[in-house]
Design a protein around this ligand. Structure first.
Ligand code: F6P
Length: 326
């Protein structure tokens, strides 16, 4: 086994709260084991451009509580080409780096897998950093908990104004093609309905549910629309419902507000477990795996599996949502 003396860490794809806490954990663990650690700026794009900097214990001081990522992030089109990956390989080699911790989502891991098949002398391990919670092999992805809390706080505020005006709000939340944010926020904020990509959406059902609620003297209604729902986005769905229920209607798209802000305590602890777990996995000779946390313990899953097998929506939570929202 080649000795691993230099480890690089980078963040890629959409940023998520807790990435900084995780970079800190990777840096401090690597230094603890007497190895050198580097930060790749702007994800794969920075790797291609050899934008790689040495990191020290002090480089990651006072970042545990900050949202975003000090290394910045990008979605690199050039890395999808063999030429781009060759440049990235040459950058890593020129710095003597042979272990890499990739913090990101499915796009990040898919890129890492192709890279490793072409350049097997570089060992990659992945950390699931995305607000979407859509990766198999971990109970939670890094940033999901914070994003959820942001969404719930926003919906609580929307409820205040909705109730004061007797209004119906359609609130669109992120998640790409996964409904975890919508479902959990729906339960936690007491929404009247949720629409998620994983289950078929019936506009007629939504209308009859909202009418039922009105009959039961509800003074406001909130429908959470998960991004990627097959019936459309919050605006198009609101258009289909408008006029068919006796509610003045408004639409709110929460957007990138969901990605920012200080990470929750839960995300910071998760970041520590994942960051430390990733370095220890690399130093033990591990590669091509995602370092998740299941039942509180570090759990390794082949990257291929983490990306291909989407985490399942919990049917028990769906049932709860259905019963409690009436
Ligand atoms: O994957 C995280 C995420 O925030 C998704 O929920 C969303 O679909 C996407 O990224 C938005 O990407 P961008 O920041 O490039 O607009």
């Amino acid at each position: 086994m080649v000795e691993m003396n230099k480890i690089a860490v980078f963040t890629s794809g959409g940023d998520s709260p807790g990435m900084n806490a995780c970079i800190r954990a990777v840096v401090r663990t690597t230094l603890y084991y007497g190895k050198e650690v580097y930060g790749v700026k702007r994800g794969y794009q920075g790797m291609i451009e050899n934008d790689i900097i040495p990191l020290y214990a002090h480089s990651v001081g006072n970042i545990i509580q900050r949202g975003g990522t000090i290394l910045q992030t990008a979605r690199s089109k050039e890395f999808m080409t063999p030429e781009g990956r060759k440049k990235a390989y040459e950058s890593l080699k020129s710095q003597g780096i042979n272990g890499v911790v990739a913090i990101g989502g499915d796009g990040t891991f898919s890129g890492a897998r192709v890279f490793m098949s072409e350049y097997p002398d570089i060992n990659y391990v992945g950390i699931p950093g995305t607000i979407d919670n859509d990766l198999f092999g971990t109970d939670y992805t890094l940033g999901f908990d914070t994003a959820l809390n942001t969404v719930v706080e926003a919906i609580d505020r929307i409820r205040d104004t909705a109730d004061s005006h007797n209004r119906l709000f359609f609130v669109e939340v992120m998640g790409r093609d996964a409904g975890f944010i919508a479902l959990n926020a729906g339960l936690a904020a007491g929404a009247e309905a949720i629409l998620i990509p994983e289950t078929p959406t019936s506009i007629d059902n939504i209308i009859s549910r909202l009418e039922d609620g009105k009959r039961r003297k509800k003074t406001s209604s909130i429908v959470i629309v998960g991004e990627g729902d097959e019936a459309g986005n919050a605006f198009t769905i609101a258009e289909q419902v408008k006029g068919k229920v006796d509610f003045d209607t408004r639409v709110v798209v929460l957007g990138h507000v969901q990605r920012g802000g200080a990470p929750s305590c839960k995300d910071r602890v998760l970041a520590a477990k994942m960051g430390m777990g990733a370095v220890e996995t690399l130093l033990a000779g591990g590669k091509g795996v995602m370092v998740g946390v299941k039942n509180g313990e570090v759990a390794l899953t082949p990257m291929e599996k983490a990306v291909k097998h989407h985490q399942e929506i919990n049917p028990g939570l769906l049932r709860m949502m259905d019963i409690l929202s009436r």
